[in-house]
Design a protein around this ligand. Structure first.
Ligand code: GLN
Length: 196
């Protein structure tokens, strides 16, 4: 299974390390040609305005959108989740619109409002997942086909899935807990074997 990790900005190295723990050699994606042959893509956390700008400069938007059209799995964490959104509360960045969600950037304020909280995740057998939130966005609109996997409160979803697309407001890659990465690999392998 070939997994790309967008490596233009942000904490891609941590995602690659967790994938390695699961026996998957992730591919750093900086240019469109690095996406060739990838079965799935992770868009990491960082700064979404910078991420959006660099994606445009390196002509990565169209090939990522094409991957999505081909039914390949894409997972955005934090700034990556902002890029997955259909619409966001600010003008910048222009999101990729890969999921039917609305996102509010910096929903808890700036750096000072980073926090950690244990989360109950749908499908994770009631063993809480340690959520690390850093200048975190929150989802403020969830489309009909979107499944909420975790929320801080009823109107604050922080992990969602829509088909083979995944978005988390927090940073599983900054923990040693591989469950979200395993969930993503699961979505990827289901997509690459449609009959499974
Ligand atoms: N607040 C950042 C943004 O708007 C995201 C922070 C993160 O990815 N940890 O892009």
């Amino acid at each position: 299974m070939k997994i790309g990790v967008l490596a233009v900005q942000g904490d891609f190295a941590e995602h690659l390390a967790l994938l390695r723990k699961l026996g998957v050699d992730g591919q750093e994606v900086r240019l469109p040609e690095h996406l060739k042959g990838m079965d799935g893509l992770i868009i990491p956390g960082g700064e979404s305005t910078t991420l959006g700008r660099l994606m445009s400069i390196y002509h990565l938007r169209e090939p990522i959108e094409q991957m999505a059209r081909q039914g390949k799995s894409i997972w955005g964490t934090c700034a990556g989740m902002i890029m997955m959104a259909h619409e966001i509360t600010e003008e910048d960045p222009v999101p990729l619109q890969l999921m039917d969600i609305g996102v509010h950037r910096n929903a808890f304020g700036r750096q000072v409002d980073s926090f950690e909280q244990d989360l109950e995740i749908a499908g994770f057998d009631h063993v809480p997942f340690h959520g690390i939130f850093i200048r975190s966005p929150v989802i403020n609109r969830v489309g009909r086909d979107v499944k909420v996997l975790a929320a801080l409160s009823e109107d604050q979803p922080v992990a969602v899935r829509q088909g083979c697309m995944l978005a988390t407001a927090f940073h599983p890659e900054l923990t040693n807990d591989t469950r979200f990465h395993r969930l993503f690999l699961d979505l990827v392998s289901k997509e690459s074997r449609p009959s499974a």
